[in-house]
Structures are given as C-alpha cells and as structure tokens.
Design a protein around this ligand. Sequence first.
Ligand code: ATP
Ligand code: MG
Length: 233
Amino acid sequence: MEIKLKHVGYTYSLNSPLEFTALQDINLAFPTGKFTAVVGKTGSGKSTLIKLLNGLELPTTGEVTVGDQVITNRTKAKQLKQVRKNVGMVFQFPENQLFAETVLKDVMFGPLNFGKSENEAKELAEKWLAEVGIQASLFEQSPFELSGGQMRRVALAGVLACEPEVLVLDEPSAGLDPAGNQNLMQLLKKLQTERGMTIIMVTHSMENVAEFADQVLVMKNGKVIADETPREL
Ligand code: ATP
Ligand code: MG
C-alpha cells in the first residue's frame, strides 16, 4: 500500500500565539513494499511527518493519500478506522502506547478492536510477542514493569498483531544494544521481503540506513531537502 503527500503543511497550535509551522509544502511518496528511512536533525519535523501518515494528526494544508483514501484537514475521525488498521505505528516513546494490565492483553487489544475473536487475538498476540523476542514468562506481567527496550518490543508486537500493510516506526533502535538492533532490523527486513510490507522508519542510525533502506528522505527545518537512494548520500 502506497502513501503519498501532496503540498502537505502542518502547523501546531494554529491561530494561537504559540502557532508553529513544523512542516511546509511536503511532496513525496512512500512506495509499496519499499523500506524508507527518514533522517534529519532534532526538531526537523520527522515525528510530525509520520504522525500524519495514519491520520493521528490531520494536515493543516494539502493532502495525504493512503491507498485510495485521501486525508485532508476536513477528514472526520470515523473515516479513519481503515487507515489506522492499514498503517501501524510505533511511536518515539512507546510507553505512551501501552495501557493494559498485562503484556498479553496489551497486544490482544488491537486485533480485538479490529474484529478478531478472543482466541484469534490471543494466537496473534502470542505469535508476534515471540517474533519480537518477548519470552512467555513475561506475558502476564504488567507492561510498565518492563525495561524500555522490552516496552518498545511489546508496542511493536501490538502493532504487528493487527497485520498492517504499512509499518511506521519512530526511532525504534533507541535504547537497543547492537544485538537487539540487529534482531529488530532483521525482523523488519523479513516483514518487507516475505509480506511485502511497506516500512517507514525514522532513525539517527546511518548504519541501519546504509544496510536496509531503499529510499532516504532527509529533513531540515520542516522540509524534505533530499530524496535519494542510500548510495547517493
Ligand atoms: P527529534 O529527532 O528530536 O525526535 P523531530 O525531527 O522528530 O525531532 P518533531 O518532533 O517533528 O521533530 O518537531 C518538529 C518541530 O515542531 C520542533 O521545532 C518542535 O519544537 C515542534 N513541535 C513538536 N511538537 C510540538 C507541539 N506539540 N506543539 C508545538 N510545537 C511542537
Ligand atoms: Mg522525533
């Protein structure tokens, strides 16, 4: 599933004294089945950009197209359920994404929300928790008693259990040791090659970019200043 942005701008606190334009006239595509890395300095607008990709924030100007659905500043929340199912997102601070009393219940929530039965949701949760490397002994524990790296993995399992077509990750390697990073990157590569998943990853790791990305977007001051293959950088 492809995502395209046409003349997209985003302004925080529009029409208030705190108004701040974080994105300006962004035009780009995240092609189906490709691995796109988004890089750029702190504050350049990376997290703002990706929050627009599943309708979590609506563009202030322009339009975001996800598959055949067009999202503008007039789009209503109830029109976004399918987009939220298709585009799975792991945030920069995934602890904000965890809420249930146990790890297993947390990961089951998404599939249940999207219409799976209790049994199906449990099966999906167990499968994806294993894929991200969370051992079964942690399933009944509170997600808030985990380490930062484990919380990130549980949040990722929760997103993957919804079987999205597009996976968006905001700095997923933060806090992972080198082995954890390799495991994560190999899993993403497998999702791309075996399931044709479109992967979009914000990262500060140029090693991950060089090894895994098909396309690299470089952001600066709310604009995309380069759109290249890693070899061209
Ligand atoms: P980092 O690498 O530090 O995560 P980033 O590239 O993800 O940075 P964003 O979080 O997208 O940057 O922020 C872009 C700009 O928008 C920054 O100047 C930031 O101060 C501003 N900004 C972010 N969130 C808000 C908000 N809720 N209200 C007002 N301004 C915001
Ligand atoms: Mg960010």
